[in-house]
Design a protein around this ligand. Structure first.
Ligand code: 5AD
Ligand code: FES
Length: 343
C-alpha cells in the first residue's frame, strides 16, 4: 500500500498536457498535495538564500540583472561579508545555505573554493547557484565541499532558449547539468512558465526532461516581465499555470525537493502557501542583508526587499505552522525522508 502511494504517476505527454490545462486545478493540486504527504511527509525544509553578486556576463532577455541593463546598480560582496552573512543565517537555524549570483567570473574557482570551505566549516549543507562553469571548476567546488548545485534549464524548447538567451547554448547548459550530476552533487534544475512563445506542450516536455535527467530538486516559477528588459511588454506567466506545472512535477517525481518559489509569492500574497499545498516542500527565504536585496532584482515586485533575514525567518515559520506543517530538521537532502523506499 505504502509503496503504491509512492509510485510516480505514469503520465504520458498527453496526460501531462491535460493536467496542465483541462483537469480542474483543484484536482491537480490535491493529488500533488497527497503525493507530497505520502512521499516526503509534512516537513518543509528551509534554505537560506544569499544573493552575493548581481554582476552577470549574460544578457538573457527576461532577466532584470542582464548585462545590458545599465540602470542596475551593481554590487559584489567580498568574501568576509559573504561568510558573515552565512554565519548569521546558520546562527538563525538555517541548515542549508544557497549561494546565488549572476555569472560573475570575478569569483574564480580559487576564490569560490575558499568561500565554500569557510561555510562548510559551519557544518551545513551548501548549494551553489552561479551558472555555467568549466568542468574543472565544478569538480573543485565539489572537492571543496559543495553539496548541491542549482541551475534551471529554463525551457527545453531549444529555439526559444536561443531566442531568450543570446550568445548561450542550450546544449552546453544541458551538458553542464550532466557534469554536475556526474560529480555527485544533488542536482537542482527547473524552468519558468509563461515565457513568450512557450506552449503547454513544451512545458510538458520540460517536465519529462527534468524527470529524465533525474533532478533531486526542481524549481518552477512564473516568468514575470521586468520593465527594464526587452520583454517588458510581454504577458508573463500566471500563478495557476506555475502551480499546475509544479504539482505535475510532484506527481512525476514524488520524493524530490520542490520549492515554493519566491516568484509565485510575487504574483499573489499567498503564493508560497498555495504552492506548499500543491506539492512543494521547500522554501528558500532570502537571507541577504541590507540594500543588496533590492538590487538583486531579477523581476519586479520581488517580495521581502525591505525586510531583514530574521523577519523573513519568523514570517515564513509562522506561515508554515499556520497550515499544519512542520519545519524540517537536518539538511533535508533528497531521499532522506523516512518514507523513502530506497533507504
Ligand atoms: N521572471 C521570473 N523568473 C526569472 N528568473 C530570471 N528572470 C526572471 C523573470 N523575469 C529566474 C530564472 C533564473 C532564476 C535565478 O530566476 O529562471 O534561473
Ligand atoms: Fe520575507 Fe515573509 S518571508 S516577509
Amino acid at each position: 500500500m505504502k509503496s503504491q502511494s509512492l509510485n510516480s504517476v505514469e503520465l504520458t505527454r498527453a496526460g501531462i498536457v491535460d493536467m496542465l490545462s483541462t483537469v480542474p486545478a483543484s484536482v491537480v493540486y490535491a493529488s500533488a498535495d497527497q503525493m507530497r504527504q505520502a512521499a516526503v511527509g509534512s516537513d518543509v525544509h528551509l534554505r537560506g538564500l544569499i544573493e552575493f553578486s548581481n554582476i552577470c556576463r549574460n544578457n538573457c532577455l527576461y532577466c532584470g540583472i542582464r548585462r545590458g541593463n545599465h540602470a542596475v546598480e551593481r554590487y559584489r560582496m567580498d568574501d568576509d561579508q559573504l561568510v558573515d552573512i552565512a554565519r548569521r543565517a546558520v546562527d538563525m537555524g538555517f541548515q542549508t545555505i544557497v549561494l546565488q549570483s549572476g555569472e560573475d567570473l570575478h569569483y574564480d574557482a580559487d576564490r569560490m573554493c575558499h568561500i565554500i570551505e569557510r561555510i562548510k566549516a559551519m557544518d551545513v549543507a551548501l548549494t551553489l547557484s552561479i551558472g555555467e562553469r568549466e568542468y574543472a571548476d565544478y569538480r573543485d567546488f565539489r572537492n571543496a565541499g559543495a553539496d548541491r548545485y542549482l541551475m534551471r534549464i529554463e525551457t527545453t524548447d531549444v529555439d526559444l532558449y536561443h531566442r531568450l538567451n543570446p550568445g548561450m547554448s542550450w546544449q552546453h547548459r544541458h551538458e553542464c547539468l550532466l557534469m554536475i550530476r556526474e560529480l555527485g552533487y544533488e542536482l537542482g534544475s527547473g524552468i519558468m512558465v509563461g515565457l513568450p512563445g512557450q506552449t503547454i506542450e513544451s512545458i510538458a516536455d520540460d517536465l519529462l526532461y527534468l524527470k529524465d535527467i533525474g533532478v533531486d530538486m526542481a524549481g518552477i516559477g512564473p516568468f514575470i516581465p521586468h520593465p527594464a528588459t526587452p520583454l517588458a511588454h510581454e504577458q508573463g506567466g500566471t500563478l495557476e499555470l506555475a502551480l499546475r506545472t509544479m504539482a505535475v512535477m510532484r506527481l512525476l517525481l514524488p520524493d524530490i525537493n520542490i520549492p515554493a518559489t519566491t516568484a509565485m509569492e510575487s504574483l499573489h500574497p499567498k503564493g508560497r502557501i498555495m504552492a506548499l499545498q500543491a506539492g512543494a516542500n521547500v522554501v528558500m527565504p532570502n537571507v541577504t542583508e541590507g540594500e543588496y536585496r533590492r538590487l538583486y532584482e531579477l523581476y519586479p515586485g520581488k517580495i521581502c526587499v525591505n525586510d531583514t533575514p530574521l523577519h523573513c525567518r519568523t514570517c515564513i515559520g509562522l506561515k508554515i505552522q499556520s497550515i499544519g506543517r512542520t519545519i524540517g530538521q537536518g539538511w533535508g537532502g533528497h531521499g532522506t525522508h523516512k518514507n523513502n523506499i530506497h533507504q
